[in-house]
Design a protein around this ligand. Structure first.
Ligand SMILES: [Cu+2]
Length: 76
């Protein structure tokens, strides 16, 4: 998952349970991907964080610094 121009690209994804999502910030501004049960912490430009999703569910998330940046991860 890339973060660029103050958007998650793609913001909404569907993955299989047990998969991981790698968040990579390509912006100069710091961002987070923060949802119920997970948080990348602040990612600066070029930094990445891998988050595992072991169980099925729907996980909305946002950037704590720019709360209009939102997305949803569906784990099946
Ligand atoms: Cu942000």
């Amino acid at each position: 998952m890339e973060i660029q121009q103050f958007e998650f690209v793609p913001a909404d994804i569907e993955i299989a349970a047990g998969s991981t999502v790698v968040f990579v910030n390509l912006d100069l501004a710091p961002h987070t991907a923060t949802g119920e049960g997970f948080d990348t912490g602040a990612l600066r430009k070029g930094e990445r964080k891998e988050i595992a999703f072991p169980t099925a569910g729907e996980f909305a998330y946002l950037c704590k610094f720019h709360r209009h940046m939102t997305g949803r991860i569906v784990v099946r």
